[in-house]
Design a protein around this ligand. Structure first.
Ligand SMILES: Cc1cc2nc3c(=O)[nH]c(=O)nc-3n(C[C@H](O)[C@H](O)[C@H](O)COP(=O)(O)OP(=O)(O)OC[C@H]3O[C@@H](n4cnc5c(N)ncnc54)[C@H](O)[C@@H]3O)c2cc1C
Length: 376
């Protein structure tokens, strides 16, 4: 019964990456229930991402890709690719978004040789990732050797050439060593949702880093606008899950014959309006963030506001669905149960308070409100 709602078919004539994403999402959605176990690896889905050219796509043509999402013209296509994959299961969307983030950072700060390393990994069907989160002393780079650990490393065990942040004597640097087949420790990853994202803890002590594997200069990782501004891609993935939830909400309300009830209609209407709010923020930030003519501080502020508003909208939609459909959406195998668990987990993103505070500082400047970005 619950498999009735299939992913939105992608119309013929849409760009090839979007059709490819539609195919991946269809496979991933069909496997999502089976993947909802701790430590599951979405290997068939990743193989399809590779086969369909989506691992290479974010790289520039010089490395075999087509600059998907890294220039203003292709940002809306990447937005829809992420949204489509995110509407499969969010775990796969998270893994693919991490891969795109790595490609984006290497493209901005790295060398052609480093882009080719990512291309070689993609040709072998392997994702990259960005692993920054840590506790305590985290990860150090001393005399060309890594020492320490990272937490929340999505893709543990399947990513061989991640982008890692590590503290060197002259500041925080990004490095992209071959971490081999290190599996990571999944003991702490017993999450509410996102169980198939392989988000482990990894110890990189003893792994050597060649000078050619250091990306850019110290401080580049947090430099505006890629760190804060790049969060638009996370919103695009989450948008896919929100759209999927709304389709399932509508289907289950219709199946129960409860659409004519005035209170149910009002509640559904509120959820639909918030879905549009989330979509507008995601669409606008995708356009802004990859536009080279927009100031970095303006991009950061808008994406930070978008994160705040998106979270408000997403939590409101979840609440409407739970109230509107009741206990049934808390029972497996109703897919709404799983998607809400995944989304609640994935909504936890870095520094939410600081993101809003920084954006507020931007809006407090004495100038016309939003003057810097006009009616973009
Ligand atoms: C499914 C999933 C996959 C992930 N994969 C990756 C990955 O591949 N790579 C990676 O690097 N990270 C990854 N992360 C981690 C992610 O980037 C964030 O770091 C993490 O989700 C934030 O966790 P938290 O909510 O516990 O953060 P916290 O920072 O603990 O935030 C919790 C609350 O405390 C507030 N807060 C934070 N710092 C302070 C402070 N100093 N003083 C007062 N309040 C504070 C925050 O604003 C927030 O309200 C992943 C997360 C998820 C959910």
């Amino acid at each position: 019964m619950f498999n009735k709602v299939q992913p939105c078919p992608v119309p013929i004539g849409y760009p090839a990456p979007l059709r490819a994403a539609g195919d991946v999402a269809a496979l991933a959605f069909s496997l999502a229930e089976a993947r909802d176990v701790d430590g599951a690896t979405p290997d068939a889905e990743i193989a399809m991402l590779a086969d369909k050219g989506l691992l290479l796509a974010p790289l520039p043509p010089s490395s075999g890709g087509n600059s998907l999402g890294t220039v203003a013209q292709t940002a809306p296509i990447l937005r829809d690719v992420l949204r489509t994959i995110g509407g499969g299961p969010l775990s796969l969307g998270r893994l693919y978004e991490g891969h795109v983030n790595a490609a984006r950072l290497v493209l901005r700060y790295g060398t052609g040789q480093q882009l080719n390393l990512l291309a070689q990994e993609a040709a072998k069907g392997r994702l990259s990732a960005v692993w920054n989160a840590q506790t305590g002393a985290g990860l150090q780079l001393d005399n060309g050797v890594l020492q320490g650990t990272k937490i929340y490393t999505s893709g543990s065990g399947i990513v061989r050439r991640p982008v890692l942040t590590a503290m060197r004597h002259d500041g925080l640097v990004m490095v992209m060593p071959d971490v081999g087949a290190a599996c990571g420790d999944m003991d702490d990853w017993r999450p509410l949702g996102m169980r198939a994202s392989l988000t482990g803890k990894m110890d990189f002590s003893g792994i050597p880093v060649a000078d050619s594997e250091v990306i850019g200069a110290p401080g580049d990782y947090y430099r505006a606008p890629l760190f804060a501004g790049g969060a638009w891609r996370v919103l695009a993935v989450q948008q896919g899950a929100l759209e999927r939830l709304m389709m399932l909400y509508r289907r289950q309300l219709v199946d129960r014959g409860r659409c004519d009830d005035a209170v149910q209609r009002a509640r559904f209407g509120e959820a639909a309006a918030r879905l549009e709010t989330a979509r507008l923020w995601t669409a606008r930030t995708a356009l802004l963030a990859e536009d080279a003519n927009i100031q970095a501080a303006d991009i950061d502020a808008l994406v930070n506001f978008a994160r705040t508003e998106f979270e408000v909208a997403a939590l409101a939609i979840i609440e409407r669905i739970e109230r509107g459909l009741g206990l049934s959406v808390m029972l497996r195998p109703n897919p709404i149960e799983r998607i809400i668990r995944d989304l609640r987990t994935y909504l936890r993103q870095p520094f939410p308070d600081a993101a809003l505070a920084t954006a507020a500082g931007w809006a407090l400047q004495d100038r016309p409100i939003h003057g810097a970005i006009g009616e973009y």
